[in-house]
Ligand binder design. Sequence first.
Ligand code: ZN
Length: 128
Amino acid sequence: MDSPAFNRAGDFFLVMIMQRTDEAREWRKLYNTATWQTLRRQALIRDGYQCQRCRVMLTNGRRSPRSAVVHHIEAHKGDRDLFFDLDNLQAVCWQCHSGAIQSGEVLGYDSAIGADGWPVDPKHPGAR
Ligand SMILES: [Zn+2]
């Protein structure tokens, strides 16, 4: 949790977490299902255990910037159809997920910076 994107988003993020606690408790049940475990594995195999954002090879261990996270492209917000949709899943590394993606969901834009040095999302304040 030490990426610059996270620190910038930190205050917003905390507020969001507090508002989301009850929902999050419900959603966690979805992650404990056998269906999710199967789908998650299918997504990782389909994506070749490679981060679909920065292309690093993913690892199984936790606490590594490269550990595998299966991300819902469209936020499921508890919607089972979105949650259990393989087409809505994307294998990414922990670093991409905790940085660009998560702060994007909080801030409303993707904070990733492209190879050209400019934000990839036109909604990024720096891109205006
Ligand atoms: Zn990545």
